[in-house]
Write a protein that binds this ligand. Structure first.
Ligand code: NAD
Length: 258
């Protein structure tokens, strides 16, 4: 029987690559996230064409606990269970604390941290009943170290590291593992789009933008790719990772080794 994977924030970037990787493994996939109807249908069809599983999109807004509960309920109704839950949805805002908009703080904490509590709260009983489950939280290098002007993001990502460890301990004897992935800078479409403009604005090459502006803190001076993050998620969901729980895997080009 096909596995079922629910991936929040999977209409773009890392989440989409993770969804595609599970679809390629013949999992049923529940996509979630924003985008035009056409973009969402393109992503859905691409995933569906990669394997033998079924794929649908649920529009739950990760700031809304009732919609998050409906995401999990719908996945269970459609596919009978949830084997893999990937908490990936996330946003960023960069500003010093005294100017940081209060609503932005609340939104980032809701999407980047609290949404994972809400998905887990709903999915854990389903996984417990099956005595099997994999929960993968997409944290960040910013779950381990800080950078200035990213207070809400760093707080949320440190928070999700704590939630990961707590859930792992609670579920240690239930056949459910809970882990975090901590990527450094990942070449998502969002980041890619900024490179030509920054090169033009600063009068430097695109290679210099990557190595001297964006990747200052990443010793390899190379971006992580979305597919590399997806490969770590596939490993954490595998039987081989059965004893990996309450842990994190960094994929950050050496950033947090410094
Ligand atoms: P992205 O902007 O490409 O994708 C974010 C996804 O989240 C999109 O599908 C978007 O629609 C969805 N989303 C945003 N707000 C939502 C909401 N309220 N409800 C439901 N979905 C919502 O970003 P990405 O770079 O792929 O980031 C994905 C995750 O990886 C985030 O948690 C981010 O913090 C983390 N991360 C990214 C990087 C990086 O350099 N790109 C590094 C470390 C960690």
């Amino acid at each position: 029987m096909s596995r079922t994977a629910v991936i929040t924030g999977s209409t773009s970037g890392i989440g989409l690559a993770i969804a595609e990787a599970f679809a390629r493994d013949d999992a049923n996939v529940v996509l979630n996230g924003f985008g035009s109807a056409e973009e969402i249908e393109t992503a859905r069809r691409k995933c569906a064409d990669l394997g033998n599983g079924r794929v649908f999109h649920h529009p739950a807004d990760m700031t809304n606990p009732a919609e998050i509960a409906d995401l999990i309920e719908t996945a269970v109704r459609e596919f009978g269970s949830i084997d893999v839950l990937v908490n990936n949805a996330g946003i960023q805002h960069v500003e010093k604390i005294e100017d940081f908009p209060v609503d932005k703080w609340d939104q980032i904490i809701a999407i980047n941290l609290s949404s994972a509590f809400h998905t887990m709260r709903a999915a854990i009983p389903v996984m417990k009943a099956k005595r099997h489950g994999r929960i993968i939280n997409i944290a960040s290098a910013h779950g381990l170290v800080a950078s200035p002007f990213k207070s809400a993001y760093v707080a949320a990502k440190h928070g999700i590291m704590g939630l990961t460890k707590t859930a792992a301990l609670e579920l240690a004897e239930s056949g459910i593992t809970v882990n975090a992935i901590c990527p450094g800078y990942v070449l998502t479409p969002l980041v890619e789009k900024q490179i030509p403009d920054t090169a033009k604005a600063r009068g430097i090459s695109e290679a210099q933008v990557k190595s001297e502006v964006m990747l200052k803190s990443q010793p390899t001076r190379e971006f992580v790719t979305v597919d590399e993050v997806a490969a770590v998620a596939i490993f954490l969901a595998s039987d081989a990772a059965r004893q990996v729980t309450g842990s994190h895997i960094s994929i950050d080009g050496g950033w947090t080794a410094q």
